[in-house]
Design a protein around this ligand. Structure first.
Ligand code: ARG
Ligand code: ZN
Length: 876
């Protein structure tokens, strides 16, 4: 069941049209698919038609309206093969299947949850609805007829434009939809049920009016207002920035509460996890608002990057995902603060993608082989894919990048294409050769760039030695040097920018230095005094950079750089050695110390009113325990890391107590709640101050008072997190947790926060707490959001609890994975990836983790999803 890119070939049959009729029933839905095919020119006239299926039951099969003799086809739940088909004329195949939406706990294909029928077809869910050439390079226009019980399902939705509807016999009705834009099956969607709606309209740049509808559970309509606002802003932005106009009369979003992922870009009918639609000040945090804005934009942007131009095969997933993440990042940067957005992106990239890229699950942005495509919806394909797109924009500059994008839209509209096609557009638009650059798509592993600089006062030259090393990754032992675009600046002692008279040894375009060789010596001429080098500004390339700069140089960058991302990076680089040393000290039983240059620089940034509050909050957020483990690079002792980080936090808290107290007062926001980025930044800085103040106090009193005074979910959940994580099991914390649960018992998304906050409480008692929480009446195993809140937070974000020294956390997770896998393999496989870095643990824990993994590996009846992940994680 291994699929290889090299084996790609087009289908033997061309699909001309798809006509689907659904007779909806909770347990016995009848699907009639009428498919018109013709044999592709130049293919074997005897080749059979082979269609994909997954757990299907065939109930009827007609060829041009006549029953097919049994000898002319073979059918299993997984496929249908039809022989002796016309050599050149088109023919119609009518396939009837019967499926059970209620029993579909995988949440792939057509399923029914909370009384709503909905679909998820990417990547290979359509084959759970009918036999079909279920691959992204088979494009056709679809007509969809939906018949259903009228009372239970007043709403009948599918892709495209509404054709009409009417009554249909006793108590039933039907609706017909037509999508004129040829699309692959993974973009098919159907929704039926009884939902409330929020409506609006959007006038496109050519003056067409588009009806906008967001469907949510009755009573939740007011909580969809922000999503609607984000949608309209996204539509406008895509017109202005990329010249992309919407192409149907209606755009719909449906929010459902049981969904395996964030959201899905089905043509004209996006389906969302309701977590990324519903928000109001009482129940959503600033982070929730920012996520909603980004994901609404992401799915909308797919209309062009994904739907109008799609992927030839699933190896090309980054063609739509990397590009669309880049587009949503740019949208958020334009709507909010660009440097703060960049800092958040890089934090996410480093904490999620870097570990993936350096562990057993590492794979290229454009892989060449897979066993289970669902396991390739990864941060490498999405986030590193976005970084690669960003680098193309960096290499070409804004205008040529725009020209390349225009060419891409022009040249490939309506097609299913490859990464090579995409890159070619930028080569053709710019005249550049991007062959070496393309290695970013093909070579896995985070490059390590080593830099060292030397100033020579006599010759007034600054010499920079650069070297790149790309680590070996599974299946790729030797690598070629890559094209690494490093944004940079040279700063004088007073912070002023130094412009070199000339440079040799590398190309410099604007502020981008091009590293293209394995090793390069770059000489900057005409440098009047020793410069301080700011390298990889704005994180222009996703690398690990080893550059031993003095604390003085880093402090200078943190103070003067005009690139605020670089300031933040300098603060991190100042802090890291202290954190790493603290871990060593804790392990040796020595008292933890901390360099005052770091503490001073951090507090100076926190106290600098010329900086945005959101930036200052980012500066105060130290690297996470997982980040520290990654920087240590092995022999991870989670308890030592936790203790070391706590000690440094306490030191900062004590030194900065007056600053934090002043910030806590001055950052108070007044007036009604607004989710805008500036107000969110003030809340973030204020809550960061509160966290430090609580560290210093060592008592929950202040956080409890903040909890009681909070009038929005951002402040409320921040206070509750401080209480729970710093002061677990105190009376104040218990009271706040009970209050929170009682107040929000009717709101599943808020109860998810209640579970997640408790799942993150550090220490060896975490496991017992998790097990108790699983007994709570509100714990629902069938709900992916709930499982991710509790088990996901525990496994991904609680290193001391999950990584308890006796291995009980790993063992517990193994049992849970095996259980979840029976119902929802995708969810099980995703949570299992939390164990990907097990080899970095200290030997005793690594042994426990390994036994837990081996137990999964040896269990019978594993899904393809879990089998693939566990095999790769364990592979030597
Ligand atoms: N295309 C969707 C998005 O990124 C995600 C689909 C994920 N599918 C999956 N099988 N994991 O917008
Ligand atoms: Zn996407």
């Amino acid at each position: 069941q291994i699929v290889n890119l090299a084996d790609y070939r087009p289908t033997d049959f061309v699909l001309e049209r798809v006509d689907l009729t659904f007779d909806l029933h909770p347990t016995e839905t009848k699907v009639e698919a009428r498919l018109i095919f013709h044999r592709r020119e130049g293919t074997d006239p005897r080749a059979p038609l082979v269609l994909d299926g997954d757990e299907l039951v065939l109930a009827g099969l007609l060829l041009d309206q006549s029953e097919l003799p049994a000898g002319q086809y073979d059918v299993t739940p997984d496929g249908l093969t039809v022989r002796d088909l016309p050599e050149s004329t088109p023919f119609e195949l009518t396939i009837t299947t019967v499926i059970n939406p209620e029993a579909n706990t995988q949440l792939m294909g057509l399923y029914r949850t909370g009384g709503i029928y909905c679909t998820q077809c990417e990547a290979e869910g359509f084959r759970r609805i009918t036999y079909f050439p279920d691959r992204p390079d088979v494009l056709a226009p679809y007509t969809v007829n939906i018949i259903a019980d009228k009372d239970a399902n007043p709403l009948l939705l599918s892709n495209g434009n509404f054709l009409g509807g009417a009554g249909y016999g006793e108590g039933k009705h039907f609706a017909a939809w037509f999508d004129p834009h040829p699309k692959p099956s993974y973009l098919f969607a159907l929704v039926a049920g009884d939902l409330g709606v929020v409506e609006d309209t959007f006038a496109t740049m050519s003056g067409r009016e588009v009806a906008l509808k967001i469907y949510v559970e009755h009573g939740k309509e007011p909580r969809a207002a922000y999503a609607m606002d984000a949608l309209k802003r996204s539509m406008k932005w895509d017109e202005e920035r990329f010249g992309r106009e919407y192409d149907l009369d209606i755009f719909m979003i449906v929010a459902v509460s049981d969904f395996n992922m964030g959201a899905m870009e089905n043509k004209g009918l996006n389906v969302f996890n309701d977590k990324y639609v519903l928000a109001d000040p009482e129940t959503a945090t600033d982070a929730d608002y920012a996520n909603i804005e980004a994901i609404i934009a992401h799915e909308y942007f797919h209309n062009w990057t994904g739907n109008r131009i799609t992927c030839r095969d699933w190896f090309q997933l980054c063609l739509k995902e990397g590009l669309t993440v880049y587009r949503d990042h740019e949208f958020s940067a334009d709507e909010r603060s660009r440097p703060v957005k960049r800092i958040a992106e890089v934090r996410h990239l480093k904490s999620e993608q870097f570990p993936e890229d350096s562990g057993p699950l590492a794979h290229p942005v454009r892989p060449t082989t897979y066993r289970e495509i669902n396991n390739f919806y990864t941060t490498t394909v999405y986030e590193k894919g976005s970084e690669v797109t960003r680098m193309i924009a960096t290499l070409l500059g804004r205008d040529l990048f725009k020209k390349g994008m225009d060419l891409y839209f022009d040249r490939h509209d309506g097609q299913a294409v490859t990464i090579e096609d995409f890159v070619k557009c930028f080569e053709d638009a710019s005249g550049r050769d991007l062959a070496q650059f393309s290695l970013w798509y093909h070579q896995a592993g985070t490059p390590l760039v080593t830099a060292s600089g030397a100033y020579d006062a006599d010759s007034k030259t600054f010499t920079l030695s650069l070297e790149q090393m790309i680590p070996a990754t599974p299946g790729q032992t030797t690598k070629k040097p890559m094209h690494i675009p490093l944004r940079m600046a040279l700063l004088a002692e007073d912070g002023a920018a130094i412009t070199p008279a000339s440079i040799s040894g590398a190309e410099l375009t604007d502020d981008v230095l091009h590293l293209t060789e394995q090793a390069q010596e770059v000489v900057f001429h005409g440098i009047p005094s020793r410069p301080v080098l700011s390298l990889n500004r704005s994180f222009s390339t996703p690398i690990n950079l080893q550059f031993n700069q003095s604390a003085g140089d880093l402090a200078l960058i943190a103070h003067y750089e005009t690139d605020h991302f670089a300031r933040w990076q300098a603060l991190i680089d100042l802090g890291l050695p202290n954190l790493l040393q603290a871990v060593r000290d804790v392990r040796q039983g020595i008292a933890v110390t901390c360099d005052s240059a770091f503490v001073d620089a951090l507090l100076a940034a926190a106290n600098d009113d010329s900086l945005e509050p959101a930036f200052r909050a980012q500066a105060l957020a130290l690297p996470s325990e997982a980040d520290i483990a990654r920087e240590l690079g092995g022999d991870t002792d989670p308890d030592a890391i936790h203790a070391a980080r706590r000690a440094i936090l306490k030191r900062i808290a004590e030194t900065g107590k007056d600053i934090f107290a002043a910030l806590y007062d001055s950052m108070q926001t007044s007036g009604p709640f607004s989710p805008d980025a500036a107000s969110a930044g003030r809340r973030a800085l204020r809550n960061a101050a509160l966290s430090y103040l609580s560290q210093m106090d060592g008592t929950p009193t202040r956080a409890k008072a903040a909890y009681d005074a909070a009038n929005n979910m951002t402040d409320l959940s921040a206070a509750l997190t401080i209480l729970a994580h710093q002061f677990p099991e105190t009376a104040d914390t218990t009271a706040a947790l009970d209050h929170f649960r009682a107040r929000f018992s009717e709101n599943a998304l808020v109860i998810d926060k209640w579970f997640a906050i408790q799942a993150g409480i550090p220490g060896p008692d975490a496991l017992g707490r998790i097990q108790r929480l699983m007994e709570a009446p509100s714990f629902k195993r069938s709900n992916p959001n709930r499982m991710r809140s509790l088990l996901g937070t525990f496994a991904f974000a609680n290193p001391t609890g999950f990584g308890r020294a006796d291995g009980a956390g790993y063992n517990f997770l193994a049992d849970e994975i095996l259980d979840i896998d029976q119902r929802n393999p995708q969810l099980a496989a995703r949570i299992l990836t939390s164990m990907r870095s097990w080899r970095l643990l200290e030997p005793v824990r690594a042994g426990h983790a390994r036994s837990a993994l081996v137990r999964i590996e040896r269990a019978g009846g594993l899904s393809a999803d879990v089998r693939d992940i566990v095999d790769r994680i364990l592979k030597e």
